[in-house]
Write a protein that binds this ligand. Sequence first.
Ligand code: ZN
Length: 236
Amino acid sequence: MPRICNLSPTYPFNFEINRSKRKSLAIHVKSGKVEIRAPRYASTKWIHEFVFDQKSWIIDELARQKRHHRQRLIIADGREISFMGKPRTIVVLVSHQKEVRVTRDFVFLYIRKNTPENLEKMFNNWLKDKAREYMGVETYKIARQLGVHHKLKDIVFRKTKTKWGHCCQDGTIQFNWLSMMAPREVINYLIVHECSHLRHMDHSKKFWNTVASVCPNYQELRHWLAENGHRFWSGV
Ligand SMILES: [Zn+2]
């Protein structure tokens, strides 16, 4: 008697199968949804075996994304934010005068109209100013230390979706002002990283040696960013 093969084993998640011209199977996990991309003629058995093989990875990935979503940056009264690595609680106060004031444990946001958009805008403008003050000065210092200050054209601040920093061919260095939430050592590493690109426009061994000449523990700081960076983003 042939054994009856159950083609629908139960999983602790639902998944959608999307078939296309592709040749192999792939998993995409995003916003709590699991999608299996499969070749047009892939058998159901093959797909289920694949999902079964990847089951624990999918479960871990769903949990990781959920945790990151919970920990994402939200500017609101009572929420915790970090400024140069130090966690502080946000206090929102309605006032005629717009102002941001920082004490040891709190960030006071004095605002005319308490709406999520206004808070977001006010906080970002303030953080951008702080980034200009700190990172602007430090970047020139590090560029000078590396002897590449003549190549530094400009420093600009942008809230990009995926990058902390970027160095353009023309010598313009771009930083994401959200990096000001990270510890000072991590911010300094980002500065050293971008300034080192003024010497080497790649991620070659020579480039990393340049980074290490100013920032010997850069690997540890990169690791910190990979583990914690998501806390400074508003999205997932
Ligand atoms: Zn780089």
